[in-house]
Write a protein of this length. Sequence first.
Length: 596
Amino acid sequence: MKQKIFLYYLILTVIGVLITGILISEISQKYYKIELEEKLKNTAKLIQFQISENKSSGIAVDYNLLARKYADLLYPHDRSKSEEAQSNYLRVTFIDKDGKVIGESEKDYLSMDNHSTRKEVQEALQGKIGKDIRFSKDMKIDLLYIAVPMPSEGIITRVSVPLTQLKNIDEVILIYTGIGIIASLLLTTILALRFSNMIIKPVNELIEVTRGISDGNFSRRSNINFHDEIGELSSTFNTMAEKLESTLAEMTDKNMKVESIINSMLNGVVAVDSQFKIMLINTLSCEMFGIKNGPGVIGISMIELIRNNQINSLLKDTIENNVSHTAEITFGSQGDKIYRVYTTPINSNLSKQLNAGGIATIHDVTNLKKLEQIRTEFVSNVTHELKTPLTSIRGFIETLKSGAIDDKSVAVKFLDIIDIESERLSVLINDILQLSEIENKLKDSDIASHNIKNILNEIYDILEGVAAKKGVKLHFETEDSLSINANRNRIKQMLINLIDNAIKYNYENGSVNIKVYKEEGKIVFNIKDSGIGIAEEHMPRIFERFYRIDKGRSRNMGGTGLGLSIVKHIVNLYNGNIRVSSRPGYGTEFVIQLPA
Ligand SMILES: Nc1ncnc2c1ncn2[C@@H]1O[C@H](COP(=O)(O)OP(=O)(O)O)[C@@H](O)[C@H]1O
Ligand SMILES: [Mg+2]
């Protein structure tokens, strides 16, 4: 930049100086010639005046002598030297009206040829003052000829001088032009340096500030206070930088808000552009896909990052055909997770194009699906459990109707079975009703303080018979004053279910120990039996509805498979906890803690 400005300046000045030099040379030459012409005209006229003076005084005129006299008078010179050596002289020639030379100051006029063809002579013969500039081969210089006619005498007076001064003038002008060029060179250097500093310094500063901003330092401003275009550029630049800074801050703020909203969503969200590059992804989807979230994820191809063909092809179709999709997809590290995926196209206002990208919203529906499954399983289980006794009842009734009723002993036997089966049905329906009642409750009703010992006594009365049949001994142990704040029937139901199991799944002459005590503000129920125990693999499932380890055995003893499930729901309703430990062949221990 600096060099450019300097060069332009230099070229301009040199051209200026040269043009001035040429013009001065031209003008000086012109004026020098005009001046010389005037001088020669006057000289010729002076000589002619002398001729006419002589004539009127009656003196005969010798033109040749006159020519020499005047030439010597005005420019004395040594005629013995060559013409070349005589740089400055005046030559006087007289010519008659036929072009014949009749007198000459420098040469022998008699040997000179006719002059009527010379330009200045021809002009003079027409009565004008003739003029010509011709190159002299002898002197190697231009000569100026002026011919003045003298009609009264019928002669032409021609005077000529060499234009020696022209050469000198050019030489002087050349020297001065050279000096001018050198001076302008110096001046230009100084001026160009100052001027370029004036322009380049602020421009450099602006470049510096711009670089700072592009490097992310948005608080940078230019400090140029000039009152010219550069100053205006600087202030416009500062306004622009300010706007940029505030817009950026606004955008960062908005981005942060969007990011925090998206990250706090309970659904996974992934947005990709039309090239399938990730524009946005929230923490939850990263967790779902097992990838590390971070700024590095943005811009990566979705196909590379999330290697799930189903989601990728859904999203691809959404972008390409501008349609939304919903699908249920199973994936996850163990392939045990079920997700519902919604894909919608992004129709950006900015890009005005249809397929600007797509968004996939991923919702974890694993638990929902599990619940759904449990519900359907429950319904089919209930149906099955109800069907079995009903089929049996109908079967016996049919048999009775088709004649068995006549055989009294058989009929009584059948009616007994029908009685047992309907009792089983009633127990089952009762259990199902209880379960659904507890399930739909957040908090139990009819809560009051109840003495534990009283409850245990009631239970003893109910179960004593069953236990005695099997020779199982029941031991109850509790403090007399211990009481619990709860629904009496619920607590009774819970304990009956557990003690009933402890009797049912016990050996002949086994024992069941029931201990209830208070510990750390909690009522602890401990039911320990000496029964068959529960094998390790069944432990996690015994609280499931209808789960029975030995279905036939359970049924024979009037079990529904809902007892432990009801227990667990009661414990949950009271925010308590239940724990079970068992040793197959030796016995089982259930421990329940309920808030007092
Ligand atoms: N005290 C126990 N000892 C051994 N097995 C038990 C005991 N309690 C429950 N079980 C097992 O857990 C299953 C589920 O119990 P429960 O829900 O009460 O159903 P059921 O109607 O069969 O008694 C029973 O079928 C039985 O196999
Ligand atoms: Mg039971």
